[in-house]
Design a protein around this ligand. Structure first.
Ligand SMILES: [Mg+2]
Ligand SMILES: [Zn+2]
Length: 241
């Protein structure tokens, strides 16, 4: 049985947030205050839709945004990690679940030639329209009340694992690699055999520490990482078991 590796994108695969990074493409490298203040909690995709419209209206072209997105550095050790997964692809399935968007993730994977490492990607679908403006939609609709309207990573993960099971693919365990607040929902639903890998010092790590102090016991083992190289060591240990 293979191991399922689940990756977040922003601040996990890449060492920044792609949505905020592209603000450097805006005139003066900042958004107008009204636009900045128009964000409502839980409605990030709608906010980014307005940001992309603003960039389009300001004449920022696709290739300029692409250049910005593909210049975001990979998190330390991620390139080594993806090369490791590639040569051990018979032991791992690998998916991305991200609140970024399909265009940004495609660009990054394509520029670094890592598309073959990933079996599936679940994110907000995006595309450039006929006016050259980037548009983005919600990843899906769900009824989880812990998560923003556009994406519950737990619902995505459960649906993926169920679909694989129907096709006769079951996993020895799930390893979930992430950093952020929206990774908490899927991590709390992992089971005893699974491994949550929060990026050290980031929101997911801090929240899980707080939960363990509040004696909310967590089923999966928790393994912190700062570099993809540490993730390689752990995966090497798992596939030797
Ligand atoms: Mg993240
Ligand atoms: Zn959720």
């Amino acid at each position: 049985m293979k191991v399922l590796l689940v990756f977040d994108f922003d601040n996990t695969i890449i060492d920044d947030n792609s949505d905020t990074w592209i603000i450097q493409c805006a005139p003066g490298k900042k958004l107008p205050v009204e636009l900045q203040d128009s964000y409502q909690k839980g409605f990030w995709t709608e906010f980014m839709g307005r940001v992309f419209k603003y960039l389009g209206d300001e004449g920022v072209k696709e290739d300029e945004i692409k250049r910005a997105v593909t210049s975001i550095p990979f998190t330390s050790g991620m390139i080594e990690l993806f090369n490791f997964i590639r040569i051990n692809k018979d032991k791992f399935d690998c998916i991305i679940i991200s609140d970024s968007n399909s265009v940004f993730i495609d660009w990054v994977l394509e520029a670094a030639n890592f598309h073959d490492v990933f079996d599936n990607m679940f994110t907000n679908p995006a595309a450039f329209d006929s006016n050259g403006q980037l548009t983005v939609e919600n990843c899906h609709a769900h009824s989880c009340n812990r998560c923003p309207k556009n994406l519950c990573k737990n619902v995505v993960l459960v649906e993926f694992v169920d679909k694989q099971l129907q096709q006769g693919v079951s996993y020895a365990r799930i390893v979930y690699i992430g950093d952020g607040g929206n990774d908490i929902c899927p991590v709390t639903f992992l089971s005893k055999n699974d491994i949550a890998m929060p990026r050290k010092g980031y929101t997911l790590h801090k929240t899980l520490s707080r939960m363990s102090q509040d004696l909310e016991p967590m089923e999966p083992s928790i393994v912190l990482w700062s570099s993809g190289v540490e993730i390689i060591s752990h995966l090497q240990f798992l596939i030797k078991e």
